[in-house]
Design a protein around this ligand. Structure first.
Ligand SMILES: C[S@@+](CC[C@H](N)C(=O)[O-])C[C@H]1O[C@@H](n2cnc3c(N)ncnc32)[C@H](O)[C@@H]1O
Length: 202
């Protein structure tokens, strides 16, 4: 996908202005960017027959510093609004700067909060941070979601300290996730395999 200079400028501003630029740069590892590009390409394919609207609203749970939101705004997807929710309050100002153009237009909002308690009613709900919450937290999160939203979930088999719930295979991730699956796939990356399922909570 193409990243334009206007958005690139805001990305650099977000990194430059953040309290810990090296930490913010973690969101730009090749595997992180490729996983998001893969998500966008496949969401585009699934969303068209599923959602009968010209413009879609998106909530990203565990949205981190807002890179996925910015990439979604720059994609072929026709997006009205994106809300990026993260429990870490340091993410909010970085995500706002990362998406400054859309924030000025009233199309982007960053929210500090626990995904398990924040209510969502957007057309698409994305959670690429499934490995960062326990199974109990995930089950609680899923129980609070609407039945008519398209859900996009990612996890991986990368066993590092911050991952409290990895999946050992795509089948394992499907068992953990317990949703009605419309699309599934895995992406081989140098250090780990990323799993993705797209479906609903019907
Ligand atoms: C480090 S990111 C990486 C996730 C994934 N690899 C990606 O690319 O999106 C995981 C994020 O999930 C957030 N997070 C963890 N538990 C959360 C919760 N209960 N509610 C909202 N955000 C949460 C963390 O604060 C962090 O910003």
């Amino acid at each position: 996908m193409n990243i334009d200079t206007k958005h690139l400028h805001y990305w650099m501003q977000a990194i430059r202005n953040s309290e810990n630029p090296m930490r913010t740069l973690d969101a730009f590892w090749s595997g992180q960017l490729k996983s998001k590009e893969w998500l966008i390409d496949n969401l585009d394919f699934v969303v068209r027959p599923y959602i009968n609207k010209t413009k879609i609203s998106i909530d990203i749970h565990g949205g981190w510093v807002g890179v996925l939101a910015s990439m979604l705004f720059q994609s072929k997807l026709n997006i009205s609004t994106i809300r990026s929710i993260d429990i870490d309050h340091t993410c909010e100002p970085i995500a706002v700067m990362m998406n400054k153009g859309e924030e000025i237009q009233g199309r982007f909002k960053a929210v500090t909060g626990d995904m398990c308690t924040v209510r969502s009613d957007s057309d698409v709900i994305i959670n690429t941070s499934c490995g960062h919450i326990t199974q109990d937290q995930y089950d609680l999160w899923l129980s609070g979601l609407p039945h008519n939203s398209l859900l996009v979930l990612q996890s991986n088999n990368y066993n590092i300290e911050e991952h409290v719930r990895t999946a050992s295979s795509l089948e394992h991730f499907k068992e953990q996730s317990n949703i009605n699956i419309l699309w599934q796939g895995q992406l081989e990356l140098p250090l780990y395999t990323r799993y993705m399922i797209i479906g609903d909570n019907k």
